[in-house]
Design a protein around this ligand. Structure first.
Ligand SMILES: [Fe+2]
Length: 229
């Protein structure tokens, strides 16, 4: 059941398909490779942060998601309804961690490969229409990301029903889909301390200011064009 929910969006399916494997009849996930070297986003994000974030934090979500999926399969096979329900929190947290980070890696790009170059074409026009300007959008995302209490994510989303762009936040590892099935993630920024503390200490606003230098607007534009067609 959880796997079907994860694959309800084409873009996520494309992001996660290479990381799928099958183990004892249960569909499980593997850590996806980064499309760049750990140090390639410096100086905006240090190589040390990227290595730990990917190899330790994301790997832990994958490991624990797989464990919960195997426990879910076992509980389902026994008809253990309370056991199924008991797993929902672990599935949401670890599955969300895997889904969110899989998007996050694609949202980043080295400057030498075009990271930070603002979007042209339809996404650029949509940003101007819905937020006034790129500067206004960045200001709104930085403000909501800095203001998010505790750990979580700030998103640029396409609302497919209303056909507008929105800025949303989610707590912990809740994926964007928890705010509405009609929301497609174009850009997700991780504001957990593990994403910036080694370099920026407790100054989350500085991390948010600098991350725009390595944002992969090409990816966001491709998702936008596909989902708004
Ligand atoms: Fe993270």
């Amino acid at each position: 059941m959880a796997v079907r929910l994860v694959f309800s969006r084409k873009t996520l399916a494309q992001a996660l398909t290479p990381a799928l494997r099958h183990c004892r009849g249960v569909t499980t996930f593997t850590l996806p490779d980064l499309p760049y070297d750990y140090g390639a986003l410096e100086p905006a994000i240090s190589g040390e942060i990227m290595r730990l974030h990917h190899q330790k934090h994301h790997q832990t979500y994958v490991t624990n998601y797989n464990k919960a999926l195997e426990q879910l399969e076992s509980a389902l096979s026994k008809g253990d309804a309370p056991g199924v329900l008991q797993l929902q929190s672990a599935l949401k947290f670890n599955g969300g961690g895997h889904v969110n980070h899989s998007i996050f890696w694609q949202n980043l790009k080295p400057v030498s490969e075009g990271g930070g170059e603002p979007p042209h074409g339809s996404l650029g026009w949509a940003i101007d229409k819905d937020f006034g300007s790129m500067e206004a959008l960045v200001k709104k995302i930085n403000s909501e990301g800095a203001g998010l209490q505790g750990s979580g994510w700030v998103w640029l989303a396409l609302d497919k029903e209303q056909k507008i762009l929105k800025v949303e936040t989610t707590p912990n590892q809740d994926p964007l889909v928890t705010k509405g099935a009609n929301l497609v993630p174009l850009l997700g920024i991780d504001v957990w301390e593990h994403a910036y503390y080694l370099q920026y200490k407790n100054v989350r606003p500085d991390y948010l200011t600098n991350i725009w230098k390595v944002i992969n607007w090409k990816y966001a534009s491709e998702v936008f064009d596909k989902e708004s067609a």
